[in-house]
Unconditional design. Structure first.
Length: 317
């Protein structure tokens, strides 16, 4: 049966993407994700798209998107279609939310983070730092209904997806093998639109991947825990599920993931020598071996060799 919500299907060929948030320039960790996704697309003779995930406007740094594009091109990582910005079209996200509302699958929630933590504390639960905070269902009504008027009205409510019992998602990661997550126990009803009216990453990335016909997602392991939620949304919205490959993270000296929040340094791409040096470090992290290391090697020659060395069934430790 044709899927009118996803006009581009996997039968049309490999379509991958790199989707950075413009909260600052690329650092070593984000270059690993960019290079891995680019090599996987090129190895499979597919298309590689660039999407700027700027849906979270308060975190967006002016000019960061242009700097990211400059850095990618300096490293020879060119994209195959026009760049897209999430902030330039929000109608598809609202349409998806309204479809879920029509199915009686969402409900408003006025809980603050502190309200949720206090409720969990009364249950003897204290989430560890960087641990998922499982929503305890404070605002969930006994029977979830549709909200024909309230959905689009200004309010201080977030909108959560009402998970049915036993919402267990299983999938196979191309690098890490079989994965399983019980959404009820490990996540709880999760937010699709925030109290400030902004759509969440979970909804936006699912809608965007479907809209662009993405067949393969290659990204960092920090996003592995989000995948089950996204697959669940793909299923209920009638979208195709891409194949997933999660890459090893680059960590700092404290064992923390490199990020803008931890003041990770931007990669150096002011000239070809610097760019090639950054690419070589990223390739080493990805386990690529026997790549040309001479100073006379061009970025194009190096990328060609890296593409030939890329193993689409790489297993990362």
């Amino acid at each position: 049966m044709p899927n009118h919500q996803n006009p581009l299907s996997p039968a049309d060929g490999y379509r991958g993407r790199f989707a950075p948030s413009p909260t600052g320039p690329l650092h070593a960790g984000s270059l690993v994700a960019a290079l891995g996704s680019w090599l996987d697309a090129r190895k499979n003779q597919g298309k590689w798209l660039l999407r700027i995930e700027d849906i979270d406007a308060p975190r967006t740094v002016p000019g960061a998107d242009q700097e990211i594009m400059r850095q990618l091109l300096a490293c020879g990582l060119s994209w195959d279609e026009e760049v897209t910005w999430q902030s330039r079209y929000t109608e598809p996200y609202q349409s998806a939310l309204e479809r879920l509302n029509g199915l009686g699958m969402i409900y408003p929630c006025t809980c603050s983070r502190q309200t949720i933590l206090s409720a969990l504390e009364t249950q003897g639960i204290t989430p560890a730092r960087n641990q998922e905070i499982v929503y305890p269902g404070i605002c969930r009504p006994p029977v979830v209904r549709t909200y024909e008027c309230e959905l689009g009205s200004p309010s201080n409510s977030a909108w959560r997806l009402a998970l049915p019992p036993n919402s267990v998602i299983e999938f196979t990661d191309r690098a890490l093998g079989k994965q399983r997550q019980n959404l009820n126990q490990e996540v709880g009803d999760f937010v699709l639109r925030r109290r400030d009216g902004l759509f969440t990453y979970q909804l936006a990335v699912v809608v965007d991947d479907a809209k662009q016909g993405i067949t393969h997602v290659v990204r960092g392991q920090d996003l592995l825990g989000n995948t089950a939620r996204q697959i669940y949304l793909q299923n209920v919205l009638g979208y195709s599920t891409p194949q997933y490959l999660h890459l090893p993270l680059v960590l700092d000296q404290h064992g923390e993931k490199l990020s803008k929040q931890t003041l990770a340094s931007a990669i150096q791409t002011e000239d070809a020598k610097q760019s090639l040096n950054e690419l070589r470090k990223a390739a080493t992290h990805l386990g690529l071996q026997n790549l040309p290391d001479g100073e006379s090697v061009s970025i194009g020659e190096w990328l060609y060799a890296a593409t030939q060395a890329w193993n689409k069934s790489l297993t990362f430790s």
